[in-house]
Design a binder for this molecule. Structure first.
Ligand SMILES: [Zn+2]
Length: 353
């Protein structure tokens, strides 16, 4: 039977093609590549899905979850960097931060927007890995439209829709980008469903890394439940400073896994997220679907199999809620497509769509 979950898609993703990321001061090879999305799309087309072009939306759903200053910075950063001659002056083609207004630096004083362009990036970002290159804004904004178009399909009656978002988004907070993410596609979709009349929405994140941005955006809100199952930051994994089990409280659940965890432990974590959504009384679901918990993905030390992703899909689908699935991580080009396909087929099987 063909996959009935439609895929929303923006060609603009290709415009974001970073060559390097800066880690501990060293340029490393980028792995959040355009080919990821292309491989996913091919695998889903082979499964018989329908591809729907992302429709443009105005900025209001974006500004509902992000600081207008962050959005404006991302929109203008590349052009401003070029116009100021920074590539020639600094030797850096892309926009990369170097000084960050941490609590330790500010010592309680309010952060200001620095005059120097080289310093301004640090006001809106939290790492050096996430460079802004030519086309990053267009791709990130296209990813938001991709998520919103999937939400539109679900609001119009589709049981589920999958947004093939690239770049990913779940690490972005209200006012800071990082972790290879620029705008929080899943958070935008969750708030949009909320605005469209779903009084309680669950945003469940099964990427191998903690969805710190989504957690912080909805931290003080009971209407959007955030839940994340991920490798324990206490074991030394990104985002290092957030995602600990003891951050769980009403409206937020973090399930942490030891490195080496396999299908059984991961699926038990997924079950906890599903139970939390039931208890929350959510009437709509957003799944932040990263597949980097896969055994062959070196971005995490987890060992989830294709069968594990299918089973997770079944358990999420069994909630029986209108579901928007948003792509997050997953970096092994040969397997990213089949893993996403398995998860979506599982959702379909679980929900008897
Ligand atoms: Zn990840």
């Amino acid at each position: 039977m063909p996959l009935s979950i439609p895929v929303t898609w923006s060609e603009a993703h290709r415009l974001h093609a970073p060559e390097t990321a800066v880690w501990v001061g060293v340029p490393i090879e980028a792995d959040e590549l355009p080919e990821r999305a292309d491989r996913i799309r091919s695998a889903l087309e082979e499964a018989g899905t329908t591809v729907v072009d992302a429709q443009p939306h105005d900025d209001s759903p974006l500004l509902a979850v992000h600081d207008p200053g962050l959005v404006e910075f991302l929109r203008t950063a590349w052009a401003t960097w070029q116009e100021a001659g920074m590539p020639a002056e600094s030797g850096q083609r892309d926009v990369v931060g170097y000084i960050f207004p941490t609590p330790g630096l500010l010592a309680g004083l309010e952060s200001r927007v620095p005059k120097a362009l080289s310093a301004r990036t640090g006001a809106w970002s939290f790492d050096t890995m996430t460079a802004i290159s030519r086309g990053t804004w267009e791709a990130a904004r296209g990813a938001v439209d991709t998520a919103l178009t999937a939400a539109d399909l679900v609001l119009a009656g589709a049981p589920a829709a999958y947004a093939c978002c690239r770049p990913p988004g779940h690490h972005v907070t209200r006012s800071a980008f990082g972790g290879s993410c620029y705008l929080n596609n899943a958070a935008v979709a969750a708030h949009y469903l909320r605005d469209a009349g779903h009084e309680r929405v669950a945003l469940l994140d099964v990427d191998a890394h903690h969805g710190n941005g989504s957690q912080s955006i909805f931290w003080d809100r009971g209407d959007v439940l955030t839940g994340s199952v991920h490798v324990d930051p206490a074991a030394g994994w990104f985002p290092h400073f957030l995602g600990f089990a003891d951050e769980s409280r009403a409206g937020n659940l973090n399930v942490t896994l030891a490195p080496g965890s396999d299908d059984d432990a991961w699926l038990a974590g997924v079950d906890q997220l599903v139970a939390a959504a039931r208890e929350h009384g959510s009437t709509a679901l957003v799944v932040a679907l990263g597949v980097d918990a896969a055994a062959d993905d070196s971005n995490s030390p987890l060992g989830v199999t294709e069968q594990g992703f299918r089973e997770a899909g079944r358990r999420l689908g069994a909630l029986g809620l209108p579901t928007v699935v948003v792509q997050e991580g997953g970096y092994v080009l040969d397997t990213v497509g089949p893993l996403v396909r398995a998860a979506l087929e599982g959702i379909e099987e679980g929900g008897a769509l």
